[in-house]
Design a protein around this ligand. Sequence first.
Ligand code: CAA
Length: 248
Amino acid sequence: MTNRVALVTGGNGGIGTEICKQLAAAGYRVVTTCVDAERENIAGWQKELADAGTQVDWVECNVADFDACATMAAQVTEKVGPVEVLVNAAGITRDAFAHKMARENWDAVIRTNLDSVFNVTRQFVEGMRERGFGRIVNIASVNGQTGQFGQSNYSAAKAGMHGFSMALAKEGARKGITANTISPGYIETEMTAAIPEDVRNGIVAQVPAGRMGRPDEIARTVVFLAADDAEYINGANIPVNGGLFTSF
Ligand code: CAA
């Protein structure tokens, strides 16, 4: 068991919730960000977890906004102490073929899924260097590795996240900091439930495992990478996709 502090952006999402649960179960003091506490009923979400024995704090922050991230970092540090494990899990989709994509849907996905990784990490990585310990886990996607119909924005952002991980891995390696990417395949969440059914069925038919993944299968990988003794795994991009995409 550990008592380190872990911040999970978008921790109340489909994958994020399981990440919060598993980190808390491993002893971490977990804080999540949400964009709009009232609209997302974060208090209800928190209570549901608490009723099941999982304690998670939250703070409102639009991670696409650098200044909001600076304010959030100060609040989190004051409330629970310095963040030692950072999981960048906040993400959205705005799918459309590139030739039909509205400029604002490109911008929204790049800002929320990619700029956010810098906006949040920038607030904490200096302290991690000073203290000589940090774990950064970026939740990307198989579609950042393969591309996907309708996802030029999302695929670009997710591929960019791993570029960020690799650079940060080099910068932090001698300071006890690791930065890794997890690239989930198709996981049972509201995000994948929104894919047109015929398209989704076609995708699942191509998954060697013969099924979609579960959020707990991603969370398990986060806990593995966050551990103190995972220090030599650095700059990796771990696919958790049922064999959908493999590389050498
Ligand atoms: N595989 C193969 N063909 C696809 C496809 C796919 N994934 N997605 C779309 N197509 C095909 C359609 O079957 C269709 O073919 P026909 O012209 O032969 O009928 C053609 O592309 C055009 O599709 P639409 O008629 O649906 O065109 P549209 O402009 O209305 O919508 C689209 C296009 C936005 C790409 C829509 O098809 C769609 O939403 N597809 C799903 C995209 C997707 O997989 N998103 C992943 C979301 S989950 C996620 O992102 C989580 C994660 O990390 C994995």
